[in-house]
Write a protein that binds this ligand. Structure first.
Ligand code: PEP
Length: 246
């Protein structure tokens, strides 16, 4: 099944207002690449102003709370980021799983809450280095998908990102055949859970994608795009990735 490529930047805890011109330049490159989808997930504090400079390029959050409102000091709901101008959110990013001890069940609840609030969702899964070295990557990723993908997941609002944790921010990437194999395993798991609708869902690869390796990674079977951290922070690094996907 033909799926449009999807390139998503994740600015993590980077970005003050003086970086808004980078978002403008990235949005311009996205507009010049109409054959693919591009989005940028920014810190909460940048969402509103990023959405005004991004034109048609969707701006996303990097996390939302699983509750729509309530006594959760310091937290941000899906409805709040939507009101600020976000059209999508990441959930289950490995840095949140590691730093905030989020579980796959948390990721599931956040995905459901985000969808209910009208946001698209990119759900992240991926094994640690120890799990990889122990030959457990397949089982770990299948279990994460089992526990965190909502039954009602559909391509219209749901995207999966496979991000081996040991490849995030390290400059290391898996062998091409390993990326292809893990994407095939993830899709087969999705198929078992939600049937043939799984074939329309995009599965992104994330972990040290750069302008230099994007062409090879994005040309692999079952790799429907990229989730990009460090190389999305400036237009000069991110635009070549957008172009490689086009
Ligand atoms: C990420 O933040 O999801 C990511 C893949 O980061 P990096 O591209 O820097 O490895």
């Amino acid at each position: 099944m033909a799926r449009r490529k999807f390139v998503v930047g994740n600015w993590k805890m980077h970005g003050l207002h003086d970086q808004l011109p980078e978002i403008g330049a990235i949005a311009k490159a996205a507009a010049d690449a109409p054959g693919i989808d591009t989005a940028l997930c920014v810190p909460f504090t940048l969402i509103e102003r990023a959405a005004t400079v991004a034109g048609h390029m969707p701006i996303g959050a990097q996390d939302v709370h699983a509750a729509q409102k309530g006594a959760h000091t310091g937290c941000i709901s899906a409805a709040m980021v939507r009101e600020a101008g976000a059209r999508l959110t990441l959930v289950g990013h490995s840095e949140r799983r590691a730093d905030q001890h989020e579980t796959s069940h948390d990721a599931w609840a956040k995905a459901v809450a985000a969808h209910e609030a009208g946001l698209d969702v990119i759900l992240c899964v991926g094994e640690t280095e120890a799990e990889h070295d122990a030959g457990r990557a397949e089982r770990v990723v299948q279990a994460q998908i089992e526990k965190s993908v909502p039954d009602l997941a559909q391509a219209g609002w749901f995207t999966l990102a496979y991000e081996p944790r040991w490849a995030i921010g390290t400059g290391r990437t898996p062998q091409p055949e390993d990326i292809a194999a893990m994407h095939a395993i993830a899709r087969a798991k999705l198929r078992r859970m939600i049937g043939e609708q799984a074939d329309a869902i995009r599965i992104l690869y994330g972990g040290s994608v750069t302008g230099a390796n994007a062409g090879d990674i994005l040309s692999m079977d079952d790799v429907d795009g990229a989730l990009v951290g460090g190389a999305s922070l400036t237009a000069d690094k991110f635009v070549p990735i957008i172009e490689a996907a086009s």
